[in-house]
Design a protein around this ligand. Structure first.
Ligand SMILES: O=P(O)(O)OC[C@H]1O[C@](O)(CO)[C@@H](O)[C@@H]1O
Length: 933
């Protein structure tokens, strides 16, 4: 063969192809180039794979085959595809490699561009890739950044062949040339062979001219007096730079150091010309080939450049010609202040970023394909946002990608939030993959619990709400015990659960991360005192070293499960705190995690924000809150109605602090589209098979009316775990956008302290501190401790004054320290609807003390826009707590009063209505509705 490309080989220059594509390889395209054009190598980079994989369906078979295996990160999927191509190319080139005895015939695969600034990670990744590709003619491509240089030295010393990429300056080239020598010397010193170690130093050409030429053109356009001198070096700087780098190379060959290595069989580290397709179409399309032909060099060409050279290239060696001229060009560039040093430094950074961008887009494309393949095994999400919010969300997603939020979150980088200790609270990421639980231990526990009639969980907030939601949504297996979550000190509520069970045939679960929460302590004492109760049937779930762990051990509990101290209570549902009760209620935990993992992987570190469901939702929540849409209104389909109680604790306790945050609105009766203000972000969660025409038409009207609406679809209740994880990720991300620490709860403790003070005083004196009502008619009493404006008057005026303070953007809260039962829930729902419709404000509600451990944080620490009606009552049948003077009723009242004091202190508006007997509740409901009519 004697075409121009073959002639390059004769001139000592190897022709490599800067391109990989599965179809091209499968069709024998590479073999043809090897046979006909004398091609001896292939290079790839993230942009090349992005084009290959992201924009064709040639990889879809491989993709689906891989995804069938189950657990698969996007990077793993990408690598499986890329490695197969690299292996195929390496196999095509193997005869060349063998013929040339390892001097050529290489194919290059680049380490992740995300690691370009991390020496140790680069080393580890290069070793891993070399092992995975498992071909002697692989060159691992490593960026020649400052951090890359020591990695290159180490990898050469390891015996890997390395393609050093992203070299723009002679200084950088000389540094990697030295790293190559050092690596070889290390091997020689260790008595290891060096003759099969190859390396190329990839020197980039056209990108330099693109920058310098632009600067020249700008200066000329501005009328620079040196216009002629500038014009004279246009299109010449990159070539001159490369020619002088080649002189550096020749100089190295003259050193004794090199000669000693050569004597041991070392191969030269060839200069490889990369980026050789011309960017300026005015230049000859073979400019960067013809000018750079010389012995022991490589030119890696994009296909179009290769075709052009085959067609009309001139293979005369010119690399060592006109060196004086090259020096003159460089001197001129310097004299004319074209700042080549700055340009090459900038190009390294830009080059790393360009490959990282390509990798993001590649991973995004793979993620998209994976999602399509998974179909409804991955819960879906779509959003209809008003234009301005849509724009800010997309801008945010763009900056999140650039700032590597997906990777940084998984790497526990606290600077995503406030830079405090947030990185220590990310155990929920591993928990999502099932890594916090031992499935065998759970299976044993499930077996043990099977024969029981009931399971009663005693715990608060994060320790009770996840299990309650699982119990309500995931269908129980036949024969599984009934499940009750008890998170209250309300005497009637305690008595109701006690009345539903036979303590002798019940498994009890005391669940508390801290192991020191008051309510489960009181409840444990109560249930252990019931006839038939046996501590062997008690299970504790708690963090290691807690007070509960010690007492459960001492008291002979049947089982103790340990939580992960790196997970906060509200993020704990996929740890033992959710999964122990799930196992006890008969949920197939391994299957639950198998279903959950689709979302965990979709939210993985390698899933860029645009295709990462948790990140995207977090961006929407965070941006909506910043835009004043801080009331996250949960509108589930009927079968998912329970989900909101878990979600509201996660969102409220995580984000509601420092006067900022998101106020979740759960179980608010559905209104007409025009009853909602502009402070809402709506979220609809839909379980396949559910239908609710009124809800559907309202959702449509909301979206049509310009309200932001996120729709989430869940194909199967077993995929509930996906929503736990998606929302955990989204909440953490929203917290970062809002600018708070989503893992602390600074204001919850304050109410606990106040309540404890009151209970302690009661234990000492036998009475709660006296208080004076504004109004008392023997039926109801009204207190408004924080507001001097309220004068004792008739209750209707007091209530209407209270609600009159609400303005759009505010929210009304109903904090009910009464039994959580249907009549009470209905009455509260009616009051909420009336207030919302009258005042155009969002309404929230919680039963106390349950909400204290969930939404209570946001009511105290979040936006100061709340106005709360607290409801307490004198219980008709109080229940004693064994070993204490204070009854459940007294503790509950103390908690209510402590809560109110803190709300007042935090500047929220509060009024308390005390019901002197149960029947007064209906009167209160009527009075509230009348007061806003
Ligand atoms: O599991 P523990 O430690 O009893 O806490 C219960 C709940 O109380 C809180 O600490 C708030 O009071 C929540 O964060 C937590 O989920």
């Amino acid at each position: 063969m004697s075409g121009p490309l073959n002639k390059l080989e004769q001139a000592g220059q190897a022709v490599w192809l800067d391109f990989v594509d599965r179809k091209f390889l499968a069709d024998g395209g590479l073999r043809k180039l090897i046979e006909e054009d004398g091609l001896t190598g292939v290079t790839s980079n993230p942009s090349i794979f992005e084009k290959a994989i992201g924009h064709s369906d040639a990889y879809d078979d491989g993709l689906s085959e891989y995804l069938d295996k189950g657990d698969s990160t996007i990077v793993a999927v990408y690598e499986s595809l890329a490695i197969a191509d690299i292996q195929a190319a390496a196999d095509d080139l193997r005869p060349v490699y063998d013929r040339l005895e390892g001097k050529d015939g290489y194919v290059s695969l680049e380490v992740s561009p995300y690691l370009a600034q991390a020496t140790d990670d680069t080393i580890e990744e290069a070793r891993r890739l070399a092992e995975a590709v498992d071909r002697p003619n692989l060159m691992v491509k490593v960026p020649g950044t400052q951090e890359g240089v020591p990695a290159i030295r180490q990898l050469i010393a390891d015996g890997l062949s390395i393609n050093v990429t992203l070299l723009f300056s002679r200084d950088a080239y000389r540094a990697v040339a030295m790293a190559y020598l050092e690596g070889l010397e290390e091997r020689v010193a260790a008595g290891q062979p060096i003759d099969r170690i190859a390396s190329v130093a990839s020197f980039f050409i056209s990108r330099i001219d693109a920058q310098i030429d632009k600067a020249i053109d700008d200066r000329i356009a501005e009328g620079d007096p040196e216009a002629d001198a500038l014009k004279a070096i246009r299109g010449k700087v990159a070539i001159a730079n490369a020619k002088l780098a080649y002189q550096d190379y020749l100089a190295i060959l003259e050193t004794d150091r090199w000669k000693a290595l050569a004597a041991k069989g070392a191969q030269v580290q060839r200069l490889l010309w990369a980026s050789t397709g011309v960017k300026d179409k005015a230049y000859s399309d073979v400019l960067y080939i013809e000018t750079l032909i010389g012995r022991d060099t490589v030119n890696t060409m994009p296909p179009a450049t290769m075709d052009a050279f085959r067609d009309h290239g001139d293979a005369t060696a010119q690399l060592t010609n006109d060196i004086a001229d090259a020096e003159h060009v460089m001197a001129e560039a310097d004299r004319l202040h074209l700042k080549l040093g700055d340009v090459t430094t900038g190009l390294v950074t830009a080059g790393v970023k360009l490959f990282a961008d390509a990798a993001d887009s590649l991973l995004g494309a793979v993620a998209g394909k994976r999602d399509t393949f998974l179909g409804d095994k991955l819960n879906g999400m779509s959003a209809t946002l008003p234009k301005s919010l849509d724009e800010t969300v997309e801008t945010r997603i763009g900056t999140m990608r650039k700032d590597a939020w997906s990777r940084r979150l998984w790497a526990a980088d606290a600077t995503l939030w406030t830079g405090k200790d947030e990185g220590k609270w990310l155990g929920w990421l591993a928990a999502g993959k099932g890594e916090q639980v031992e499935e065998d231990a759970l299976a044993k526990l499930a077996e043990k619990t099977k024969g029981k009639a009931d399971v009663v969980l005693l715990g608060m907030g994060g320790s009770s709400l996840g299990p309650e939601v699982i119990g309500a949504i995931v269908p129980p297996t036949t024969g599984a015990p009934r499940f009750h979550a008890l998170d209250s000190t309300d005497p009637a509520q305690v008595a109701t659960v006690a009345g539903q069970i036979d303590a002798g045939n019940t498994a009890f679960l005391v669940s508390s991360k801290s192991g020191s929460t008051l309510e489960p302590q009181l409840l444990e004492a109560y249930f252990r005192s019931l006839p038939g109760a046996d501590t062997k049937n008690f299970v504790a779930v708690t963090d290691p070293g807690s007070k509960l762990e010690a007492s459960a051990k001492a008291d002979g509990f049947g089982d103790i499960f340990h939580g992960d101290p790196a997970i906060g209570g509200r993020y704990s549902v996929l740890s033992v705190f959710g999964m122990v009760p799930a196992a006890m209620m008969g949920v197939d935990v391994p299957a639950f995690f198998t279903a959950a993992k689709a979302m965990v992987f979709a939210c993985g570190p390698d899933s860029p924000p645009a295709t990462n469901p948790g990140m995207r939702l977090g961006a929407i929540m965070g941006e909506a809150a910043l835009a004043g849409r801080d009331k996250l209104t949960i509108l589930p389909s009927p079968s998912l109605a329970a989900f909101g109680s878990w979600l509201e604790q996660l969102v409220a306790e995580s984000t509601g602090k420092e006067g900022k945050g998101i106020v979740p609105v759960d179980l608010e009766p559905l209104g007409s589209a025009d009853s909602y203000g502009t402070d809402r972000l709506f979220v609809h969660l839909h379980l396949a098979g559910d239908s609710d025409d009124r809800l559907e038409s309202t959702l449509k009207a909301l979206a049509d009316g310009g309200h932001p609406l996120v729709r989430i679809s869940v194909a199967d209740p077993m995929q509930l775990g996906q929503e736990f994880f998606r929302w955990e990720m989204a909440t953490a991300v929203a917290g970062a956008i809002i600018g708070i620490d989503p893992f602390d709860q600074p204001d919850v403790e304050a109410a606990k302290v106040e309540a404890r003070k009151l209970v302690d005083a009661y234990e000492a004196t036998g009475a709660l501190e006296p208080e004076t009502p504004l109004y008392d008619d023997g039926d109801i009493a009204i207190f408004a401790p924080g507001d001097p404006e309220f004068a004792p008057t008739d209750p209707a005026v007091l209530l209407s004054t209270h609600f009159a303070s609400l303005v759009p953007g505010d929210y009304a809260g109903f904090l009910a320290y009464i039994e959580r039962n249907e009549p009470h829930a209905d009455g509260i729902a009616r009051m909420r609807a009336a207030v919302r419709d009258a005042r155009q404000v969002a309404t929230v509600a919680g039963f106390g003390p349950r909400f204290l451990h969930s939404t209570g944080q946001a009511y105290k620490g979040g936006p100061r826009t709340g106005s709360f009606l607290e409801i307490t009552r004198t219980p008709s049948d109080d229940v004693a707590v064994p070993g204490r003077k204070a009854s459940f009723g007294t503790v509950q009242l103390a908690q209510a009063r402590g809560d109110l004091d803190v709300l007042v202190e935090r500047g929220q508006r509060v009024m308390r209505v005390h019901l002197k007997h149960d029947a007064a509740f209906d009167r209160l409901v009527d009075m509230v509705i009348a007061s806003v009519a």
